[in-house]
Design a protein around this ligand. Sequence first.
Ligand code: ADP
Ligand code: MG
Length: 377
Amino acid sequence: MQTKISNEFKNRFGSEGTFYASAGRINLIGEHTDYNGGFVFPGAIDKVIMAEIRPNGTDKVRLFSIDINETAEFGLEEADAPKAQWARYIFGVCRETIKRGGVVKGFDAVFAGNVPLGAGLSSSAALESCFAFALNDLFNGNTIDKFELARIGQSTEHNYCGVNCGIMDQFASVFGKKGNLMRLDCRSMEYEYFPFDPKGYTLVLIDSVVKHELVDSPYNKRRESCERVARRLGIETLRDATMESLNAIKGDITAEDYFRAKFVIEEKERVLAVCDALERGDYDTVGRKMYETHDGLSKDYEVSCEELDFLNDVARQCGVTGSRIMGGGFGGCTINLVKDELYDNFIATARERFNTRYGHEPKIYPVVISDGARRVE
Ligand code: ADP
Ligand code: MG
């Protein structure tokens, strides 16, 4: 990838720049917990966006996207926003850096990536983090702290891409560290690295390639349930709820709200249990918790779908250590922790059975937990 970018950069801009990269991410466990003040547990992966960048001494940004095979050019004022969506991510990062008092001048850039687009691995966060990191290094002497780089990406999604996302994806992409997952406390924003080096196992995503509902309306309904229960308990978020406190008000809330809150409370505990298990190298427990999350998302939170439950069942039948929906639900991927000796059979079985049932093959993405945003020497 680097050679391809380098050749393209030389052809277009006649010189050499500096290479930067940032990664997509997975979330091992901790789903629908962010807006409840709970924990998420992401890690950066070995799928990246890589860019070669060089200041050009003007006030214009000139870009070439290898994967989309398009150029874009824009100035750095708010009114200069480009039309192409892919270029708006980079424009947004420039603008959000400037809005925070950072320096951005004109530059030339060529970039490419291998994070699958729209598969739930956050190619957009990889793109934002790559450029946010680069602008910090090239124009700001690395004075912008890493959390701010993540916020620059998040604000880009909010203000230039119409996506009202949380901070997890950009956080993971910026802070990612090889062989480590990061437990992020979504209430205090404190985080902690946990070694994740599952020797003898492979982490693999199986992408159902389906998307069933407009994500928004069921998502908002889940949020409203959580907020209602928290209000009834007199707390700010379900972070402070326990099963005891929930059971004490069971008679006053709807069954639906009860099961939504139950999932959130249990999921918070599961993230903590997985962290404990990782400290012991106990991947059986990690896997069991992943299945419990799947069941909770499917039965209590009701954000699964037939295809994802099907893939989860196949994982169970193939003896996979852990498997669950990753992401908001209603489609997308399952994340699976598989013993190496079972891997080939699992993948072949999942492909074949899914294809027979749904008429198309799922996509398979094995991932390794890797570094996040960085300068590439
Ligand atoms: P994801 O879940 O992968 O983040 P999004 O829809 O949020 O999906 O972001 C995908 C968008 O990010 C693409 O439509 C494109 O605009 C941009 N993007 C991601 N990867 C690349 C790439 N390699 N080259 C150009 N643009 C990219
Ligand atoms: Mg995205």
